[in-house]
Design a protein. Structure first.
Length: 149
């Protein structure tokens, strides 16, 4: 897991062959005015999901993991409250991995919470169990999905 400001994105472009294009999208796209939903960047290997709305209370948070994609979650407006736990420390999933949605969900709770303010991003790898949109305030964000290679 990585948490930082978009201004420091150049520190992370070497971590994956598609990260330079991912961060370029975040820096150059008009994120405030892109329509909600999925935006293709590099086919199925790199795409963006734009969302806006309120999330859920912390007590209702569910940890999830992905196998096929790395997430770069960038907050455009508001503050997203997110949780994290090392997948190796999680119990068995209560909602097993589903390839179509590329997700498994876990009954675990975490005490590792982060406020991710506008202008900041967080990177979740396949071994990072995470919960996002744990806020009852409005948040506009983009989740970049980067194929694991």
């Amino acid at each position: 897991m990585v948490l930082d400001k978009l201004a420091n994105a150049n520190r992370y472009t070497c971590m994956h062959p598609l990260f330079p294009q991912a961060f370029q999208f975040l820096q150059e796209a008009d994120l405030l005015h892109l329509p909600l939903g999925q935006q293709a960047i590099v086919g199925k290997d790199l795409f963006a999901i734009i969302s806006e709305g309120t999330g859920i209370p912390e007590k209702d948070a569910r940890l999830e993991v992905h196998r096929k994609y790395i997430d770069i979650q960038y907050v455009i407006l508001g503050t997203d409250h997110m949780g994290w736990k090392d997948l190796a420390l999680c119990d068995a999933p209560n909602d097993p991995y589903n390839e179509d949605r590329d997700a498994a969900f876990f009954p675990d709770k975490t005490s590792n919470w982060f406020d991710v303010p506008a202008g900041s991003f967080i990177i979740f790898y396949p071994d990072d169990a995470h919960a996002a949109m744990i806020t009852e305030k409005n948040v506009r964000k983009v989740v970049l999905k980067i194929a694991v290679q």
